[in-house]
Design a protein around this ligand. Structure first.
Ligand code: ADP
Ligand code: MG
Ligand code: ZN
Length: 478
């Protein structure tokens, strides 16, 4: 069969971190006792009226700016009608025809090339409740999540592989963290996406798409995309055609299952929400939000590569979280150590710590000042690289002052020639075989001797000094 190409579009739902819900004053928090953050409005009791939370609109506009969208000064709210037990009102307030933000794009880096992914729209809508299947025949309803504000980001069908989708989603997550409109806790369902996939033969028109629901993590999105591409390719390979379907992704078994043939917009009986007016923003509000946007990760990344000489992967790792980037920026600003060593430590030990523990930098004892102290102590030869690592680990775990840590943990690198000379003699006499090997021309034997000296000094001997000493002593004895 001819070359198969895949087309992917994503619908990303993000829970906003406003303090109250979208249309009532119930708290917007995760993990409360079921059905404690509810009121007549979010339960959809008759006779109640919704009131829009303006903060949620500002959050959406922020994301609109970040994704280069046109911001609609006037946008509308609509009812999407359907029945499901997690939706007590039997309709969801969303934005159908006129969303807050439209027509944007996000440039992502794929294998070193810039790829532009179009953004169709960003709109606000309310979340539904949560159904809990308790293992018996019962299903329990928790309505705390009803009315929690969401933005939905809809991309154009511009991605062509699961790898591109992954990079796109990671970029979106990182932007959300930078602009601070969501806590992005995947395990709490703060970001969820629907995945649209189609395949076609190269040169043919784009194929019919299937939409995967219930995709709860970025890695599940990848697996779902891969699976769909394969499934659809096989169907086409057999000469059959793809039906437009909504399918449920079963991540545990790694398969997608037919939920329903795609419903049409008409099925939802969309109509303008009669209990709410249009959303009107004035130019000043929109401009003010734009002026207060922080530097976004993509731009930062380019700056680190161009101005600081970091490579793509280092720049990506540092910018992937706003607090890592802030730490790095502050080290650069302080100018107390080289940019290179600060970058190395952040990409190395600090990233490892964050990955291992899931903690953020603010949860550690690290400050830019102390990180710079460690780097410069190493640059000046006061501590070895393993000493720097130890000091940094101590700083991460307990905080404190670098100078004090180095003293307390005995990390000073020993540069005292008398001590080092004695150490070299001792190592040579205790390892006659290696010494003889070296003298007989096996120059690599010196590494072993240096290693022994480092071990004997608990990593504190100055490595270049000890190398010279051992070399000179061995040559003398030749
Ligand atoms: P719906 O309202 O039915 O979900 P939309 O027009 O909002 O449809 O599109 C939903 C998503 O489907 C968008 O992210 C879009 O990029 C994607 N999409 C559209 N056409 C295709 C296609 N041929 N293949 C894959 N994805 C597609
Ligand atoms: Mg859809
Ligand atoms: Zn409420």
């Amino acid at each position: 069969m001819a070359n198969i190409e895949a087309v992917i579009g994503l619908e990303v739902h993000v829970e906003l971190n406003t303090s109250s819900k979208l249309y009532c004053s119930c708290k917007n928090i995760f993990g409360a006792e079921p059905n404690t953050n509810v009121c007549p409005v979010c339960l959809g009791l008759p006779g109640t009226l919704p009131r829009l939370n303006k903060q949620a609109c500002y959050h959406a506009v922020k994301m609109g700016h970040a994704l280069n969208c046109r911001i609609n000064r006037i946008s509308r709210q609509d009812r999407k009608n359907y029945f499901y037990p997690d939706l007590p009102k039997a309709y969801q307030i969303t934005q159908a025809d006129i969303p807050l933000c439209e027509n944007g794009y996000l440039d992502i880096l794929v294998d070193g090339n810039v790829k532009r992914v179009g953004i169709e729209r960003i709109h606000i809508e309310e979340d539904a409740g949560k159904l809990i299947h308790d293992g018996s025949d019962n299903t329990l309803c928790d309505y705390n999540r009803c009315g929690v504000p969401l933005i939905e980001i809809v991309t154009k069908p511009d991605m062509n592989s699961s790898a591109e989708a992954r990079i796109f989603l990671e970029n979106i997550r990182s932007i959300l963290l930078y602009i601070g409109i969501s806590d992005c806790k995947m395990q709490e369902g703060s970001i969820r996406c629907d995945v649209n996939v189609s395949v076609h033969e190269a040169g043919s028109p784009v194929g019919t798409r299937c939409e995967l629901k219930n995709v709860n993590s970025f890695s599940a999105a990848l697996r779902g995309i891969e699976y769909e591409i394969k499934r659809q390719t096989e169907i086409i390979g057999k000469g059959s055609s793809i039906e437009r379907e909504t399918r449920r992704w079963d991540d545990k078994n790694g398969i997608s299952i037919l939920m329903r043939n795609k419903e049409n917009a008409e099925d939802y009986r969309f109509f303008p929400e009669p209990d709410l007016g249009t959303i009107a923003l004035d130019e000043k509000e929109i401009a003010e939000i734009r002026e207060n946007m922080p530097e976004l990760p993509n731009k930062k990344m380019l700056r680190y590569v161009k101005e600081h000489g970091l490579n793509d992967s280092e720049a990506f790792i540092i910018t992937s979280s706003p607090d890592k980037a802030a730490l790095y920026d502050e080290c650069v600003r302080l100018q107390r150590c080289s940019i290179r060593s600060a970058a190395n430590r952040i990409v190395g030990e600090i990233t490892k710590f964050m990955n291992d523990t899931g903690k953020s930098i603010s949860e550690t004892g690290i400050t830019a000042e102390e990180l710079c102290e460690i780097c410069s102590a190493h640059e000046k030869g006061l501590i070895s690289s393993s000493g720097a690592k130890t000091a940094l680990e101590e700083l991460i775990a307990h905080g404190g002052r670098t100078e004090e840590i180095i003293k307390r943990m005995g990390l000073e690198q020993n540069t005292d020639i008398a001590y080092l000379s004695e150490l070299a003699d001792k190592v040579i006499s205790e390892n006659e075989r290696s010494a003889a090997d070296y003298r007989n021309g096996k120059k690599s034997a010196i590494s072993f001797l240096i290693g022994q000296a480092m071990k004997a000094s608990k990593g504190r001997a100055d490595p270049s000094k000890i190398r010279n000493l051992i070399e000179n002593k061995l040559k003398k004895g030749e």
